[in-house]
Design a protein around this ligand. Structure first.
Ligand code: MG
Length: 330
């Protein structure tokens, strides 16, 4: 099999500001293996680069072999520790797309999943002035919103949005608080009828999550603290749920494994995405029937998606029926 990788620059519709920083453009990479395609989202705070992903693809080219149906063996041959997690995930997705195309079935069928069971997605409101965030929330008209906070002025932002909409609200602090800030701010936010809060504390502060859970009643989900299934045992009992993303778990196979481990540890699952195009987000959507919650709004946030894959009917996600990922070029 032949692998190629090329840059994919995605322009955001509005400046995307979260507790880690702001961006107007993201520099992702498209990975192709024969007819299969996958996407490596480059996330500034995970210290990857487009060149790093392209180098990784060139490095592993001799390891792919000729039979995509040997996907378990292929993935086991690829270097993982210290290597590009985003590149590995893109290769996993491209191989699945290729397999689905060879078999003539969409990926959700390959996994035996019911497309009607995809939970409704949230839509992300990134950090801005409270009145701007409230206007975006109201104008979206969408029933589930994920509000980025954790960079100061959090209570004013969430209250402004709550006053502007009856939507279900989820919050994401992106590791922006100390333990003491979280313990003081979360009870004030709870008045706004919050479904759950993602990643209140620093990535490595697993003990802090346990400390916090004894002090607040709003459910806590781990994102940055939960990279792969190996992080979950130490989080069991300290959180209520885990945020699964293909880029963290190494693609579809790792995501399914991570969701199974989460279930075994009584953790709820939200399937989410980075800022990525319809390639990466459609891949995630094919396994979304396995999740309790879904945060797959990447294509809604970008202005130049080069593909059509999943469709949105408000917050409802409709999976494509074509083989593999089911993508079409625009
Ligand atoms: Mg998050």
């Amino acid at each position: 099999m032949r692998i190629t990788a090329e840059p994919l620059d995605l322009f955001l519709r509005t400046t995307f500001t979260i507790a880690h920083g702001a961006s107007d453009v993201r520099h992702n990479v498209l990975v192709r293996i024969d007819d299969g395609i996958g996407e490596a989202p480059i996330v500034p705070y995970y210290h990857e680069s487009p060149q790093g992903v392209m180098d990784y693809c060139a490095q592993i080219a001799p390891l792919l072999g000729d039979d995509p149906f040997q996907i378990e063996d292929i993935l086991a041959r690829l270097p993982r520790a210290g290597a590009s997690a985003a590149g590995y995930a893109a290769i996993d997705v491209a191989l699945h797309d290729l397999i689905g195309k060879r078999l003539g079935v969409p990926l959700y069928k390959l996994f035996g999943l019911n497309p009607a069971r995809v939970p409704e997605t949230s839509f992300t409101i990134s950090i801005d002035q409270p009145e701007v965030m409230a206007a975006r929330a109201r104008d979206s008209g969408l029933p589930i919103l994920k509000i980025k906070i954790g960079a100061g002025n959090d209570v004013a932002m969430v209250k402004a949005i709550r006053n502007a909409t009856n939507a279900r609200l989820r919050l994401d602090a992106n590791a922006g608080w100390t333990r003491e800030q979280a313990a003081s701010i979360i009870p004030q936010l709870a008045e706004c009828d919050i479904e759950f809060i993602e990643q209140p504390l620093a990535r490595q502060d697993w003990e802090g999550l346990r400390w916090l859970k004894q002090r607040v009643i709003v459910p806590i989900f781990a994102d940055e603290s939960a990279q792969t299934e190996r992080d979950l045992p130490k989080l069991a009992g300290a959180i209520d749920g885990v945020v699964v993303k293909l880029m963290k778990t190494g693609g579809l196979r790792g995501a399914i494994k991570t969701m199974a481990v989460a279930r075994a540890l009584d953790l709820q699952v939200m399937l989410s995405c980075m800022v990525e195009s319809s390639v990466g987000v459609t891949a995630a959507a094919h396994i979304a029937p396995l999740a309790d919650y879904v945060d797959l709004d990447g294509p809604l946030l970008i202005a130049n998606d080069p593909f059509v894959g999943l469709h949105y009917d408000g917050a409802k996600i409709i999976l494509p029926d074509a083989p593999g990922l089911g993508l079409q070029s625009k």
